[in-house]
Design a protein around this ligand. Structure first.
Ligand code: BES
Ligand code: ZN
Length: 623
């Protein structure tokens, strides 16, 4: 028996070692997308034309995807597409006389993480038409009941394709290395309007129930996006507007009225905004993210509608992706930091122009503290900027590493070369790689040629590689700091030592960021009594700002301050943004009584959450 096993092992080992397929070798091959079945060395999609009918009763989309493609290998026999939970109805190709002829195809094996390959025999044309149906469980779509919207009257649908969910509503090459233009015809129910990551015409007539879209710039699949709801448009600038349910429209238009200023700040730094229009879509509160950079139409959580514009860095972030991510795209999810690190750096530069250096620095410190707190929870391997995500869901790659370590790497380059030199480099980088998907290694060699060698003896290639391929934060890092928070530290000390009364804390002048820092950095001596005092003086249990409420609830859990639990319950049921709710569930699950309470809340809240949030929180309670 033993001999038999080792024989099998030997065969497995040999076939493993001998195979030429990068999917099977031990060493990571840069530029290979381990999260797609697509045979992109043979054939690449250049354009897709979608025809989708949205069925709110069945929670399905009946779709037709007419694909145009180009052979890279003239001998290619098949095209492999990515799908997940799709029912393929039929596949055909035009016969050149206005009709169609069927094309042969079959499905590969199901993979829990990646979905299922769709293998299509290439016809002698350059077009394939796929008719298909999505599943109500599609991981890239959330179907909301009227009750889950702010109007409470009409249903809502939105897509979230990043990282690998486009394949659950469109059969395509679901890899960021392939860029395609797209056009679409979307049929919806009466009273509803469809918008996409394309030009959205506010004047389109709702009575026809059919909307047409055109995205003339080639984009990766994860940026294809759709939303359908009872939404209206309000212009906020010469090339910008907000789309939202009517109840939120004016509030959103006010909150984000500085959008044009942000676009101009971005253009002044790194070159022309290349996408013509920039609109914001305010989603229902179950949206699992803060924002998503769908081109021409960022998707935005309503939880940043604070009323005082204090959380608008999120807009700066999603807008910055118009350069870092949408224009220059990570080739694989291993290179995610090229998207998110560059964007976080760029976001901070826009924030500096629009909100001032104080806000920029405070946000840098807050993010740095988040990174420091998260580091111990991450394995050494997950602390590298260039990630090895083989066998891992790319949704799990979105830690503080690509965002904040990535941004600190760029802060360090800026600091070392000086702003003028670094800005010139970044601008040329966006120009050079515009509308391309690139790997970390493409970036390193461009950096080496165009910055390191131009200003010798400033930083070494070895130092750069340490940032990218090592864990932790290099010693040379520029640690964010601001005097504004030193002042808060001093006030906190005096308050804890009873030199300042609770009601005399100088909070009138505090920004959201100062409140967050104050509450996030309570010393050991902080306790239940202090919570009571703070709440009495500042009514924090009823605070409307969702970020401040979040840290207040965390403190409430840690100090067993039951008074805020009822509001926390409403918060957890109302909001589906992972960043705001997951830490609360985690903290609650640390203690038996709280855990039971949280499970009851979750039972009510879960049906309203996006499947991504459900998956994350299910894991907390499975433990
Ligand atoms: N591209 C991300 C959203 C995303 C994250 C999609 C994870 C898929 C998986 C977006 O640009 C983003 O980074 N959003 C952040 C906001 C930001 C200010 C850090 C978020 O949603 O919290
Ligand atoms: Zn981002």
């Amino acid at each position: 028996m033993k001999k038999f096993t080792s024989l099998i092992l030997l065969t497995v080992f040999l076939s493993y070692g001998c195979s030429n397929s990068p999917h099977k070798t031990n060493k990571i091959v840069t530029g290979v997308d381990y999260h797609s079945f697509a045979n992109t060395d043979d054939v690449v999609i250049t354009h897709i034309n979608l025809n989708l009918s949205i069925n709110f009763n069945k929670h399905t989309i009946h779709g037709r995807n007419a694909i145009q493609y180009k052979l890279k290998n003239p001998d290619a026999k098949e095209m492999i597409l990515d799908t997940r939970d799709l029912t393929i109805i039929n596949i055909s190709t035009p016969n050149g006389r206005g009709g169609i002829i069927p094309v042969k195809w079959h499905m590969g094996q199901k993979d829990k993480m990646l979905g299922q390959a769709l293998v299509i025999e290439l016809p002698p044309t350059d077009r394939i038409i796929i008719e298909y149906l999505t599943s109500p469980k599609s991981t890239g779509l959330q179907w909301l009941t009227p009750q889950q919207t702010s109007s409470k009257k009409y249903p809502f649908l939105y897509s979230q394709s990043e990282a690998i969910h486009a394949r659950s509503w469109i059969p395509l090459q679901d890899t960021p290395q392939v860029r395609q233009t797209y056009s679409a015809t979307i049929k919806v129910n009466k009273n509803l309007r469809a918008v996409m990551s394309a030009y959205n015409n506010p004047k389109a007539d709702e009575r026809f129930r059919t909307y047409y879209f055109d995205m003339p710039q080639a984009i990766p699949s994860y940026l294809i996006a759709l939303a359908v709801g009872k939404i209206k448009y309000k212009a906020i600038g010469p090339r910008s507007g907000v789309w939202a349910e009517e109840t939120l429209l004016d509030k959103a238009a006010y909150e984000f009225e500085d959008t044009e200023k942000m676009i101009q700040a971005g253009e002044a730094l790194y070159g022309k905004y290349d996408w013509e229009t920039y609109d914001l879509l305010i989603l229902p509160s179950s949206f699992p993210f803060g924002g998503m950079e769908n081109p021409r139409l960022s998707f935005i959580t309503p939880t940043v509608l604070a009323g005082d514009k204090s959380l608008v860095s999120l807009i700066a972030h999603e807008l910055a992706h118009s350069w870092s991510g949408n224009l220059v795209t990570n080739a694989t999810w291993r290179d995610l930091w090229l998207n998110e690190g560059f964007t976080t750096y760029f976001e901070s530069r826009i924030t500096e122009v629009v909100k001032g250096k104080g806000t920029k620095d405070m946000e840098a410190v807050l993010a740095y503290q988040d990174l420091v707190a998260e580091l111990p929870e991450l394995s050494k391997k997950d602390q590298q900027l260039a990630l090895d995500l083989r066998g891992q869901d790319p949704d799990d790659a979105f830690t503080e590493i690509p965002y904040t370590k990535g941004r600190m790497f760029l802060d360090w380059l800026e600091h070392s070369f000086g702003r003028t030199n670094f800005d010139e480099f970044v601008k040329s980088y966006f120009q050079h790689f515009a509308f391309q998907s690139i790997t970390t290694e493409n970036f390193i060699s461009y950096l080496n040629e165009n910055l390191l060698k131009k200003h010798p003896k400033t930083v070494t290639l070895k130092q750069v590689k340490q940032w990218i391929y090592s864990s932790g934060i290099p010693k040379t890092a520029v640690i964010p700091h601001t005097q504004i928070f030193t002042t808060i530290d001093n006030i906190t000390k005096q308050w804890i030592n009873k030199e300042i009364n609770t009601q005399d804390l100088p909070t009138k002048k505090w920004s959201t960021q100062e409140w967050l820092y104050f509450l996030n950095n309570m010393p050991q001596e902080f306790n239940y009594d202090k919570m009571v005092e703070l709440d009495k003086a500042y009514n924090l249990t009823n605070v409307k700002n969702t970020e401040i409420a979040h840290v207040w609830y965390l403190l409430s859990i840690r100090n067993n301050y039951q008074k805020s639990f009822e509001n926390m319950r409403h918060y957890l049921i109302e909001i589906g943004r992972r960043k705001l709710i997951v830490p609360l569930y985690s903290e609650l699950s640390n203690n038996e009584t709280n855990r039971k309470w949280a499970q009851q809340v979750y039972q009510v809240a879960r049906p309203g959450y996006h499947s991504l949030a459900q998956a994350t929180i299910d894991k907390i309670f499975e433990k």
